[in-house]
Ligand binder design. Structure first.
Ligand code: ZN
Length: 376
């Protein structure tokens, strides 16, 4: 158990971080009650929605997203761990000040492992975004509710507790439009982006952001068939209502299509832009999420999980109706926790240009040192 009020520990921690910790400690005291309330609720019976009344509206016909991924807060409960988390916070502060995005998408592994005081670390991870009053959306990774001991099988209680906690934060647009009944994850939802306040009032979006929970931690690393069915059905419904809209998909664990890009096969780099230092570990099974994404007119898929890759590659589609390839992209690992300590930190930026009838996206990597990579 972490010693939050212990003098010897305090002496190892910078004053500012200590003040933050005591603040978070007060909030952490509430965590067991939160967890208990969620535990008593049957996960499968919960139907949450994305936060209503928070339209994502473009400014000057552009909408800018920062993808923060793989922060791994709370990796170790000692001075080294706290220093590491402080560096992750500083990296985010710098990235956010440089880019000033309209939305931050946290694409998983915000935490390193589940702890009783998990929300304390969650608060630290969210603080730079909240302080700047930037809205955020979360899709969970395999570490966010990872148990150190073997958990009961398909135990969603910790994932649900984190979901409820994040949704209670100001500026959270995290949602859960569908909870798998087959043991899949909970952060499955969609957000609409509008060209203008008038379009938002009329309910006519210009682009869609999708989020699918690829599991892991206390559940299997997989997007279950019922999640894919929900995604496909919802996408069809929206197409009937709005016509074809450009759409972008966020997950934590890559789909099997990413396997064709491998640092051991140099030819596979030729059509890609970016860093390819990691082999790809996709979800445990391919349940057809890529084909569903093609049918849903997804233009880009953005994932995290592999800390040593930040590439974007065009995936050949198997659908004859799709004219443009889906871009398979990794985010840039943003945090100091987790494996690959020597790799520099950054964030993948995504800017949707809504000035033309057919919106387009530009994406690049902003590094913590301020440099820009992969601009195009
Ligand atoms: Zn990770």
């Amino acid at each position: 158990m972490m010693c939050l009020f212990c003098d010897t520990r305090r002496s190892q921690i910078p004053r500012r971080q200590w003040r933050e910790m005591t603040h978070y400690a007060a909030r952490a005291l509430l965590t067991p009650f939160l967890g208990l309330a969620v535990f008593l609720t049957r996960a499968a019976s919960i139907r949450l929605q994305a936060t209503p009344g928070h339209s994502l509206v473009a400014r000057n016909n552009t909408f800018t997203i920062m993808q923060i991924t793989d922060l791994h807060y709370g990796e170790s409960l000692d001075a080294r761990g706290f220093a590491q988390d402080a560096k992750s916070t500083r990296a985010m502060q710098r990235l956010l000040s440089l880019e000033r995005p309209d939305l931050v998408v946290f694409s998983g592994d915000i935490l390193h492992v589940w702890r009783d005081n998990a929300t304390q670390f969650w608060d630290q991870a969210m603080a730079p975004t909240l302080e700047r009053r930037i809205r955020h959306a979360v899709v969970f990774g395999n570490h966010d509710d990872l148990h150190r001991d073997p958990p009961p099988q398909d135990d969603l209680s910790r994932r649900m507790a984190l979901l409820h906690y994040d949704m209670s934060l100001p500026g959270s647009l995290t949602g859960s439009m569908f909870v798998s009944r087959m043991g899949g994850g909970v952060t499955n939802y969609m957000l609409e982006v509008y060209r203008s306040d008038e379009d938002a009032a009329r309910g006519q979006p210009a682009a869609l952001l999708w989020f699918l929970d690829s599991g892991g931690g206390s559940i299997r690393e997989i997007i279950r068939e019922d999640q894919v069915r929900w995604f496909s059905a919802k996408a069809r419904q929206l197409k009937e209502r709005y016509g074809v809209l450009p759409a972008f998909l966020y997950m934590h664990i890559p789909s099997h299509e990413y396997l064709q890009y491998n640092p051991a096969v140099p030819e596979s780099r030729s059509r890609c832009v970016g860093w390819m230092n990691d082999t790809v570990h996709p979800t445990k099974e391919d349940t057809g999420v890529f084909d569903a994404a093609v049918a849903a007119h997804i233009q880009y898929i953005f994932v995290g999980h592999m800390h040593g890759s930040d590439f974007c590659c065009p995936a050949p589609t198997r659908s004859s109706s799709a004219s443009d390839p889906v871009m398979l992209c990794f985010g840039r690992r943003s945090g100091y926790g987790g494996y690959g300590k020597v790799w520099a930190r950054g964030a993948r930026m995504q800017r949707i240009d809504l000035s033309a009838d057919r919106p387009t996206m530009r994406t690049w990597i902003r590094m913590e040192d301020g440099s820009i990579e992969q601009a195009g």
